[in-house]
Each structure stands twice: as structure tokens, then as C-alpha cells.
Design a protein around this ligand. Structure first.
Ligand code: SF4
Ligand code: SF4
Length: 112
């Protein structure tokens, strides 16, 4: 193969069949607005924690929705629960409640 000076990345495939979606359904029951997200990023742009760290609530939200929970419990600790993200969300997602419940569900899942 010719050397073009760069490599083509392997395709990143997420197999939803292999993801544990149980925690997603649990969160949906607790915070129904959770699934209204359109990933606009207004929450991250306004986030108090994001101003001082690389904490990114939109990214964590998307990972959770895909059932990719690795490291999430630790990363969610950076949220200060100030609620600014909830105020700016154009879809009415109750982010503050969503984060509290994500923490609770992940804590209980990791305890088992
Ligand atoms: S502001 Fe609301 S709709 Fe936009 S990414 Fe955040 S949760 Fe989703
Ligand atoms: S509640 Fe958490 S995620 Fe939302 S703006 Fe405040 S620190 Fe950021």
C-alpha cells in the first residue's frame, strides 16, 4: 500500500445490541424529559463546571444514552448541581434532576 503520510482511522462502531440499556430505561422513568435532548450543546456552553474543567455534560449525556457507562460515575462528580444548564435547555430537559438520578443509578449499578 502507498504511504500517503497519514493513516485512515478504523471505523468506530457502537453495537447497541451489546450495550446494557437497562440504566437508560430506569433514567427515563425517573426523568422523562431526558429523551427530548437534541444535542444542541447549550447546556455545555453554559455549564459552570465546564468553565473550569473539561467536564462536558452533553458528551456524558450522549454516552449514557448509548449505554456507554465506563468512567461516567467519576466524571459526573464535577457537576456542582447549580442548575444553569436546566434553565437554558431549549427542549426542557431537566438536566439537574437527570444528573442526580444518573449518579444514583450508576452508584447502585456499580455496587452490585
Ligand atoms: S441544552 Fe438540552 S437539548 Fe441541548 S444538548 Fe443540553 S440537554 Fe440536550
Ligand atoms: S448543574 Fe452541573 S452540568 Fe448543569 S450547569 Fe451546573 S455544573 Fe454544569
Amino acid at each position: 500500500m502507498s504511504n500517503f503520510g497519514f493513516n485512515i482511522s478504523n471505523t468506530r462502531v457502537i453495537s447497541m445490541d451489546e450495550c446494557n440499556m437497562g440504566n437508560v430505561e430506569r433514567l427515563h422513568l425517573e426523568v422523562p424529559s431526558f429523551k427530548r435532548c437534541i444535542s444542541c450543546g447549550a447546556c455545555s456552553a453554559t455549564c459552570s463546571a465546564h468553565q473550569f474543567t473539561d467536564f462536558n455534560i452533553r458528551k456524558l449525556h450522549n454516552l449514557y444514552r448509548r449505554g456507554q457507562y465506563a468512567g461516567l460515575q467519576e466524571e459526573l462528580k464535577a457537576c456542582m448541581l447549580c442548575g444553569k444548564c436546566t434553565l437554558v435547555c431549549p427542549r426542557g430537559v431537566n438536566l439537574r434532576s437527570m444528573i442526580i438520578n444518573m449518579r444514583k443509578i450508576l452508584y447502585e449499578a456499580n455496587k452490585r
